[in-house]
Design a protein around this ligand. Structure first.
Ligand SMILES: [Zn+2]
Length: 508
């Protein structure tokens, strides 16, 4: 029988284990049925076959973003003032005013993704700065890590008796306390939520991403994803990470990690061990170099984590554990080890650590020994330029040490943590390959990065049989690029554009 679709005349980097480079692929019902030369694949065509000419362009497997918050990203883009790259508190105030002028009927003003490290004033934005914009309706602005927010008087007044003096004075709330500010922001309406999701998923697809592990936080968001899947409106494949506190909801429905179909699947259960490097709330073994006396906060002990993991495992689930500081990471590893003995030898549940910023030789060794995997975000290397000051030169040698992780045999996938970072697959590639001047020893090659972003990501999601390389039987998810990442001068990697992101053989 003739092929349904053939893609010909490409330079297809299949990223299979042999590193095959092919020219053409045949696709049937969304999956690859043959890979080879243009001549061989054309031989499979018949009168009804659709032929797509890749015009000599390079092709890579679809990128799999293992950690992002896409509904949050979509709502920031469609509903909030974007504070990205604000160079001063004055500019931040101005953007909030412009946003308010465009949305005069809004009941509150939300600004997202400011970075106080780049403010010309050299300080945090305060409650008083926001009151200068307005003290009549609530204003909440979130730092790009979302582990810290600042709010105005109108936002904080209802919870004044729950705030300490410093919080009230500065308007700055961190970690769990941020909910006191968010509680004053009305929830998205169902329509806003849908717009946000569709916007963000399309944004991901345009960037060359075919599958995402997106964090969701409520039953409403889950229902929305299910509806979009049923209506055939998901432009990317979604695997959702689900909060531990709501695990019972999945159990009730008889669902566990990997339940679902090719478009919507249950992902890992999310557990937090610490905060962020930016807000100095991640848990460190030694104090921050630029804030003596502060070692951040560890949210739970290894025993407490192990108890949660036993529960996670009993329900057939994988855990995705947020760990940034070396104390959080080593405690999580011990927790995983303690939860392991019965039926999880070698980490068969594929528990993964999210972010793993501050590593150490011992952590590298233990992760490899216990087969603990990681989900990393190469874009942080450059954006979080201040990390060097936070941890000092000695510890900095083990910040996002991707090459050492690879050499140690640790399995990892890659993602953006969007909206913390942009949804840009080629920026991610550029940063993993080129890094910053102080960490050149940890640069990955183009192939190592793309393999982590495709094969590696698929593996930490239990999807290595369906995704991660272009081989017979796998989903026909791939990206056509403007230029060849394997031959371009590596300083130009970030300039490559995804020309088309193909999902199940469907062009975008
Ligand atoms: Zn995140």
């Amino acid at each position: 029988m003739a092929a349904e679709k053939v893609f010909v005349n490409g330079r297809i980097y299949t990223l299979d284990s042999a590193g095959t480079v092919a020219e053409a692929m045949a696709v049937e019902e969304g999956r690859i049925t043959a890979v080879g030369s243009t001549q061989d694949i054309r031989a499979l065509a018949g009168p009804g076959t659709q032929e797509i000419d890749l015009t000599g362009k390079p092709v890579i497997p679809g990128c799999i973003d293992t950690h992002c918050h896409l509904i949050m990203h979509g709502s920031a883009c469609t509903r909030s003032a974007d504070l990205t790259d604000c160079r001063s508190i004055r500019e931040l105030q101005q953007r909030l005013r412009v946003h308010w002028a465009k949305n005069p009927n809004t009941k509150c003003i939300v600004g997202e993704r400011f970075d106080h490290e780049i403010f010309g004033e050299g300080r945090w934005v305060t409650r008083q700065d926001l009151d200068e914009v307005t003290s009549e309706i609530p204003i909440v602005v979130a730092r790009l890590c979302y582990h810290a927010v600042v709010a105005n008087t109108a936002t904080l007044t209802p919870s004044r008796d729950r705030l300490n003096d410093e919080q009230w004075e500065t308007g700055k709330l961190t970690e769990d306390d941020v909910s006191l500010a968010w509680s004053q922001v009305p929830d998205c309406t169902p329509e806003e939520l849908e717009n946000a999701a569709i916007y963000a998923f399309n944004d991901a697809r345009s960037a060359g991403i075919t599958s995402v592990n997106t964090q969701i936080d409520s039953v409403e968001e889950l229902e929305l994803l299910r509806r979009l899947r049923d209506e055939g409106r998901l432009p990317v494949r979604v695997r959702f990470q689900w909060p531990y506190r709501l695990m019972g909801k999945l159990v009730e429905e008889g669902l566990k990690t990997t339940s679902g179909d090719d478009f919507l699947r249950v992902g890992a259960i999310k557990i937090f061990m610490d905060g962020s490097m930016g807000a100095r709330t991640c848990a460190m073994c030694e104090e921050f170099t630029d804030e003596p006396g502060n070692r951040g906060n560890l949210f739970r002990s290894d025993d407490e984590l192990a108890e949660m993991l036993v529960e996670v495992q009993r329900n057939g689930n994988q855990a995705a554990i947020h760990t940034i500081g070396d104390l959080a990471i080593s405690t999580a590893i011990r927790g995983i080890e303690k939860a392991m003995p019965k039926g999880n030898t070698g980490n068969t549940h594929r528990h993964r650590l999210e972010h793993v910023a501050q590593m150490s030789p011992k952590i590298l060794h233990d992760m490899a020994r216990l087969n603990v995997m990681a989900s990393v975000q190469p874009q942080f290397i450059v954006t979080d330029f201040w990390t060097h000051e936070r941890v000092g030169p000695e510890r900095y040698k083990f910040v996002y040490p991707f090459k050492s992780m690879l050499d140690a045999g640790i399995k990892f996938g890659m993602g953006s943590d969007c909206p913390v970072e942009r949804l840009s697959t080629m920026e991610l590639l550029h940063r993993a390959v080129n890094r910053d001047a102080m960490s050149q020893k940890e640069c990955l090659t183009v192939e190592e990065t793309l393999r982590a972003y495709t094969n590696g990501s698929a593996y930490i999601c239990f999807e290595e049989n369906d995704k991660g390389s272009l081989e017979v039987g796998k989903l026909a998810d791939f990206v056509v690029l403007s230029e060849d990442p394997f031959t371009i001068d590596k300083s130009h990697l970030g300039k490559i554009r995804p020309v088309n992101t193909v999902l199940g053989g469907q062009m975008q």
